[in-house]
Design a protein around this ligand. Structure first.
Ligand SMILES: Nc1ncnc2c1ncn2[C@@H]1O[C@H](COP(=O)(O)OP(=O)(O)OP(=O)(O)O)[C@@H](O)[C@H]1O
Length: 561
């Protein structure tokens, strides 16, 4: 016979849990309100008990003078100006003092907490014990207090901090051995939270700390940085030494940034961003573009072709937004030539003992979103691989103030060309719910924290040079033309966009900027999506007749089809 399901009210635990939560909150609130009354009444009771004890201890013959003295005091108080009030205050003060909570602060863990620590200890025994150890620190049935120096629990009785010792013979230099311990501690301390593990190989100690989630409410804004510094996102306060004032809603607070330095002295001049779909790689590129446009020019290659950079099209400093193979090839060919031109001009100036010309010092950023998609399309059309043209800016960009940022999905990372992979190894970002192995493959080192299975968009890890891996939360920089974008974020991004360089009359409804062939047409004469017309087209057209704006002037776009 088929079983009938229980009524929903008996199976649905949500209302029950909500009710319990409500009752607990109400009890907490009532406790706070009545706390002074409880203290006073407890004090009065204690004073009365003390008075009774005193009365009983007083010899019979001294009780009458004592009564007389007390009565006289009461009489004086009653007759003196403000006496009753002062007397009342004195009694209340004495009651409050006598009724204060004198229970000693609890020391040591409670029963449940001890059980948790013992379980953790037992779980570590197989990994931290050795056969020939005469005095094992970890042994079945052993005492956790020997191995655990410090611990802390939250209100729900879950561990939030643990400092433990381990035997010197444990192979803490091997990543696999460490990973096993971290996995055990992660599982036994409660999944779903992020833990940080700090190994001290010298002292044979390991510290586990539960990390708070990184703030997700920081929107795009003008960050207070020096020229050459770019904010990738924000991290844990203890991981970096600097903080930046950041507007979060109506307030300004100090947040620890992950700063990336570009330019001739940078040791990691180019950046690779890898992520799963929807992890926020395009948003990070948009955030970098908005920051770069403060001091430089930006070229965007939108391999995804979803038009998510439409808001940047035709803005001052945006040299082009390309989403087709031909346009991308034309733009990247120009970028390669521009890199070479800058190098030559700088070298000539140096030889002449002069400073580098101004037009070689304005930073040029090439932001390529999903270039492997364009590689595929270009191959289908029998064209050259656009990634190949990134080689010159990647190799010589540092000296020429040219910065390349490539964003790609994990799945297609294998399709990135060798120059891209080689030249972007020093600054990397991995976004989205990546496993420790994926993070290690991208960043060359494991994170010190356990990734959680569910992460908000823009959450990931960054590594600059040989520095440790940092947790990263990218500021929210959505596409302002996306209908699902929150109004506050849309306004934040729009406020950062430079002014249009296309006259307002030439922009059509529904499309922010009308593209014209007069500007940087691709080699085959197709209209290049994203090439903005300029107010003041100047001579300098290349073989294709194309041109791109470079801060107020127009440079040749020597595109080859
Ligand atoms: N740092 C962030 N804070 C808040 N929301 C974000 C952040 N980054 C991305 N998002 C949101 O997540 C969604 C996906 O972002 P985005 O398009 O940048 O991801 P993606 O990695 O480029 O994915 P896809 O390639 O599938 O477009 C968007 O709605 C975007 O607004």
């Amino acid at each position: 016979m088929a079983r009938r399901p229980l009524p929903r009210i008996l199976t649905d635990r949500a209302p029950l849990l909500r009710g319990r939560e409500l009752a607990r909150t109400a009890a907490d609130g009532a406790g706070d309100i009545f706390h002074p009354l409880v203290t006073l009444s407890r004090g009065l009771r204690r004073l009365a008990v003390a008075a009774g004890r005193r009365w009983r201890a007083t010899p019979q013959e001294r009780r009458a003078p004592m009564c007389f003295l007390a009565g006289a005091c009461v009489l004086v108080m009653a007759l003196a100006p403000y006496g009753p009030l002062l007397g009342m205050l004195a009694v209340m003060g004495a009651s409050a003092w006598a009724g204060r909570d004198r229970s000693p602060a609890p020391t040591g863990p409670g029963e449940a907490e001890s059980a948790r620590l013992q379980a953790l200890y037992e779980a570590l025994v197989p990994y931290f014990s050795g056969d020939g150890d005469p005095e094992p620190l970890y042994a079945h049935g052993g005492d956790w207090a020997e191995a655990f120096d410090a611990y802390e629990f939250d209100d729900d009785g879950r561990i939030v901090r643990l400092h433990l010792r381990y035997p010197a013979y444990f192979t803490d230099g091997e990543p696999a051995a460490r990973a096993r311990i971290e996995q055990v501690l992660h599982a036994k301390s409660g999944r779903g939270r992020e833990y940080r593990f700090d190994w001290d190989e010298e002292a044979n100690t390991l510290a586990l700390t539960v990390l708070d989630p990184l703030p997700t409410d920081i929107a795009a804004q003008r960050f207070v940085t020096a020229p050459g510094e770019t904010v990738l996102g924000f991290t844990d306060p203890e991981s970096v030494q600097r903080t930046l004032p950041v507007a979060v809603g109506e307030t300004v607070q100090d947040e620890p940034p992950v700063l990336w330095r570009t330019g001739p002295r940078s040791t990691e001049p180019h950046l690779l961003i890898l992520g799963h779909p929807g992890s926020g790689t395009t948003s990070l590129l948009r955030s970098l573009a908005l920051q770069a446009l403060q001091h430089g020019d930006v070229l965007i290659i939108d391999g995804g072709g979803t038009g998510e950079f439409g808001a940047l099209t035709g803005r001052r400093g945006v040299l082009g937004v390309e989403s087709g193979p031909s346009g991308a090839l034309a733009t990247l060919a120009w970028a390669a030539q521009e890199t070479e031109r800058r190098l030559l001009a700088t070298s000539r100036a140096r030889q002449a003992g002069e400073p580098a010309p101004d037009d070689t010092r304005r930073p040029l950023w090439i932001l390529a979103d999903r270039p492997t998609a364009l590689t595929h399309l270009a191959a289908a059309e029998g064209r050259d691989d656009p990634q190949r043209l990134l080689q010159v800016p990647l190799r010589h960009g540092r000296a020429a103030q040219v910065t390349v940022v490539v964003a790609e999905q994990f799945d297609s990372a294998g399709l990135l060309s060798d120059p891209v992979r080689v030249h972007t190894t020093r600054a990397r970002v991995a976004l989205g719910p990546a496993t420790p192995d994926e993070v290690r493959a991208v960043l060359g080192a494991e994170p010190h924290t356990t990734p959680t299975p569910l992460v908000p968009p823009g959450r990931g890890y960054a590594r600059l040079g040989a520095a440790p891996v940092l947790r990263l939360q990218v500021p929210a920089t959505p596409d302002p033309y996306d209908e699902s974008t929150a109004e506050a974020h849309r306004r934040a991004v729009l406020a950062l966009l430079p002014e249009h360089t296309v006259p307002a009359g030439e922009r059509s409804a529904g499309q922010p900027v009308r593209m014209t062939k007069a500007c940087a047409g691709p080699a085959n004469g197709e209209e290049a999506p994203g090439r903005a017309a300029v107010d003041d087209p100047a001579p300098g057209a290349g073989p294709t007749g194309g041109a791109v704006t470079v801060h107020g002037t127009v440079r040749a776009a020597n595109a080859e089809g």
